[in-house]
Design a protein. Structure first.
Ligand code: ZN
Length: 316
């Protein structure tokens, strides 16, 4: 059986304060908050999703904000850096913008591409790169016009404790192609046009520690439920131990831990974030799956309120 993923579906991380999280990803980065819900496995914690205008697969970065979270340490067994793609010519806009909003950023080069590397308020490692491929976002917010906006993921840098095994998984199970090797990084590419380029460290990296400022898991795309069932059988056949298929309301998910320590998920492109609210109103209200609806009052009482707002430094 040959399975190939189009690329990254979403990436999920731990942070502390929900308002700071929204201020960074909507306020600074100009992404749309496409869903506010709760962690279905820990309903006292928000699950916030940010992406393009509808949170298309390959654009959604998601968070579990938990104010009492311990501090994490970026390291082996994690996605180390999340890469965002912007239109060609937009990097200088982002350099100026990050500087104006007080976000320190450094320029860096890898595989003949220029990157702008910076961190969010929790220390999560991020970078922006120009890419010609991938549809432009239709969302504009604050000082970010749609034609400069983040399109979605360019990809990610993985930090594996067993890179040879992680690379074997990417190439022989997930269906990516090795396209380069340079300065301790090996580059893999999928056939999609967003979230399609991941770099893996060539030497093992020491175990990190989960907590705020670190990535919890990376999810890969399956087309639909039928393809998803094939994916589960496929990873099982290759010796991994996937969970049963879980209903995440906006997609179905299976999870497995790969040999390098990184938690992988495979998620369906369907049904998407307009599954339970209209596309024009995405992210405006706390949405709960029907099995949590009877507990709405107590769930809401335990969550810190926040607002999507244009930052003070961004008002012209
Ligand atoms: Zn996920």
């Amino acid at each position: 059986m040959t399975q190939k993923t189009a690329g990254i579906h979403h990436i999920t991380a731990f942070v502390r304060d929900p308002q700071e999280n929204v201020d960074f990803y909507a306020g600074v980065l100009g992404l749309r908050l496409v869903k506010q819900t709760i962690n279905f496995d820990a309903p006292e914690v928000y699950h916030l999703y940010f992406g393009n205008q509808i949170g298309s697969p390959g654009t959604a970065i998601t968070f579990f904000p938990w104010p009492e979270s311990r501090l994490g340490e970026v390291g082996g067994g994690q996605v180390g850096t999340v890469t965002f793609a912007v239109p060609v010519g937009a990097l200088s806009f982002w350099q100026d913008r990050l500087q104006r909003l007080g976000v320190p950023a450094v320029a860096s080069r890898r595989f003949s591409e220029s990157y702008l590397k910076f961190k969010d308020y929790d220390g999560l490692q991020l970078e922006i790169v120009e890419r010609a491929e991938g549809a432009e976002s239709e969302w504009s917010f604050g000082g970010v016009p749609a034609n400069k906006a983040i399109k979605g993921f360019g990809g990610a840098q993985l930090l594996s404790m067993a890179p040879a095994k992680t690379m074997d998984l990417l190439g022989n199970v997930m269906g990516l192609t090795k396209v380069g090797e340079e300065d301790g990084w090996v580059r893999y590419q999928s056939y999609g046009d967003l979230g399609n380029i991941v770099d893996v460290n060539s030497e093992p990296v020491k175990l990190g520690r989960g907590g705020s400022g670190t990535i919890h898991h990376i999810a890969w795309r399956a087309a639909d439920d039928e393809d998803h069932a094939k994916w589960r059988a496929h990873v099982l056949e290759h010796g991994f131990n996937p969970t049963p298929i879980v209903d995440r309301q906006y997609f179905n998910a299976v999870y497995f831990r790969e040999a390098g320590g990184i938690l992988f998920e495979i998620a369906t492109d369907t049904p998407g974030f307009d599954n339970d609210e209209p596309a024009e109103a995405l992210g405006e209200k706390l949405m709960l799956p029907e099995w949590f609806e009877p507990h709405r009052a107590e769930i809401e009482a335990g969550l810190l309120p926040f607002k999507v707002r244009v930052l003070e430094g961004d008002q012209s």
